[in-house]
Design a protein around this ligand. Structure first.
Ligand code: KG4
Ligand code: ZN
Length: 354
């Protein structure tokens, strides 16, 4: 699977070329975070995220409730992002939005809003692929990787190793064949009685536990692909057996259980990353996506960097989980390459790299 944007239309006007400044307003609404960001000449001037708390009580994201919350949030969120950047709508040169992948109702809210703004302001529209944006979040900070680089993108819906040759030339060289790493965290957390989303809570408890206390099965998957569905089953059977002996087993061992589950997930991820470096010879290594906020994974990548001579890059926390800043930086590169979209562009729940 490789990425290129060639089949998009070049319909953007070039309102900013007079002063050579490029100011982009970006909107992200693919799942349960409503976010807006302003990017000025490749620098993120604001990145505001409204998290939706409504899903916690259901133990997962409820798509219809997510769409409704996006509808309520989108105007105030865009307003805050513009104010924080100290810029007016009229000064914006292009409007960007997440086109795919994601929940279709959620994507539709952001897409319709962006298209309406583009039409009303007569500004070009830029459709952005959410997974490409996670990778390019590594280009936001001053300390950024040079090309080519490898990126392990680990989120709630995806686990991929991407080879980036340039901002718009990305190739997926490995991915999960079933669950994503974020799902492995969240499903294990659920088995441990932790509320959704469990990933950050596993991380927190793991910091007080022993990562080698318990051992869970690691899958043997060929090439650079991953599998995480077996881990959930392995944790489930282990807990069932232990709870027969001690019904308070989870309560009494929560920190060690979290540390051991987290350790297993990190081992699986790092082994494949090591293999990807060996296969490609590329030693600039990044991580991205919600799970890259995990303190254990961040430490493990840095350790691997020291041990194997890699240059490692980790985005700041606010650019790891879903945010419009990563959409804005991706749109900036698409703007410079003249990759604009027509107003009839539609969001899609699942998409090849577009
Ligand atoms: O990228 P993201 O915000 O949304 C998707 O595009 O899916 O990723 C969300 C995922 C969830 O599974 C969440 O539990 C996980 O990232 N996550 C973490 C941490 N913070 C977020 N997993 C482990 N440790 C964390 N600190
Ligand atoms: Zn994401």
């Amino acid at each position: 699977m490789s990425f290129s944007s060639e089949n998009q239309n070049e319909t953007g006007n070039n309102s900013s070329t007079e002063n050579n400044s490029v100011r982009i307003l970006a909107i992200e609404s693919s799942c349960d975070d409503t976010s807006a960001s302003v990017c000025i000449d490749g620098r993120i001037a604001s990145n505001y995220v409204a998290n939706q708390k409504v899903h916690e009580q259901y133990g997962g994201v409820v798509p219809e409730l997510a769409s409704r919350a996006h509808m309520q949030n989108i105007v105030p969120v865009v307003d805050v992002a513009l104010k924080q950047a100290g810029i007016s709508l009229q000064e914006i040169d292009a409007i960007a939005f997440t086109q795919s992948p994601g929940l279709i109702g959620s994507l539709l809210v952001g897409a319709q809003f962006a298209k309406s703004l583009a039409l009303a302001l007569s500004k070009p529209l830029i459709a952005v692929h959410h997974m490409q944006a996670h990778v390019l979040a590594n280009l936001i900070e001053e300390n950024r990787p040079s090309f080519p680089f490898l990126c392990l993108t680990v989120s709630g819906g995806h686990t991929q190793i991407v080879l980036a040759r340039s901002p718009l030339e990305l190739e997926v060289i490995g991915e999960t064949i079933d669950d994503a790493a974020g799902e492995a965290f969240d499903k294990s957390a659920k088995l441990l009685g932790l509320p959704y989303p469990g990933g950050p809570l596993v991380d927190k408890n793991a910091q007080l536990g022993n990562p080698l206390a318990f051992k869970f099965a690691e899958p043997q998957i060929p090439e650079l692909n991953f599998s995480f569905s077996g881990l959930k089953t392995s944790v489930l059977y282990f807990l069932q057996a232990k709870q027969k002996e001690d019904e308070k087993f989870i309560e009494n061992n929560l920190n060690d259980l979290c540390a051991s589950v987290q350790h297993t997930i990190i081992q699986i991820l790092l082994k494949k990353l090591k293999k990807a470096v060996a296969q490609t010879g590329v030693k600039n290594v990044c991580i991205a996506g919600g799970v890259s906020a995990n303190s254990g994974l961040r430490n493990a990548l840095q350790e691997a960097g020291k041990k194997y001579g890699w240059k490692t890059f980790i985005p700041p926390f606010q650019y790891c989980t879903d945010n419009a800043g990563m959409i804005a930086i991706t749109a900036y590169y698409k703007y410079k390459a003249g990759k604009f979209s027509e107003l009839d562009v539609s969001p899609t729940a699942r998409a090849e790299w577009n």
